[in-house]
Write a new protein. Structure first.
Length: 84
């Protein structure tokens, strides 16, 4: 049986464009369920805090998920602090 390795890792700043491109595809897919439309440049507006995922020492982290060398998906993780 052939094994497949799935790699989940923090994305680098060099992969920011890849994330932006993939988010455009995700936004398009979700238009079936939302009323989101393209902007004046023909693109979907991505997350307003997207750039915060690429700053060091913050609670937002971008993850890239790959199978072998192929990108499977992405994940944007944001820590939410709750006072109890």
């Amino acid at each position: 049986m052939k094994t497949m390795t799935i790699d989940v890792r923090l994305a680098s700043i060099n992969e920011k464009d890849l994330f932006q491109n993939l988010l455009q595809l995700y936004m398009y897919d979700f238009t079936e369920f939302t009323d989101v439309d393209i902007n004046q440049t023909g693109l979907y507006n991505i997350l307003p805090d997207f750039d915060s995922y690429w700053k060091e020492q913050n609670d937002s982290q971008p993850y890239l998920i790959k199978l072998l060398e192929d990108v499977l998906s992405l994940h944007l993780n944001q820590l939410i602090k709750v006072k109890v």
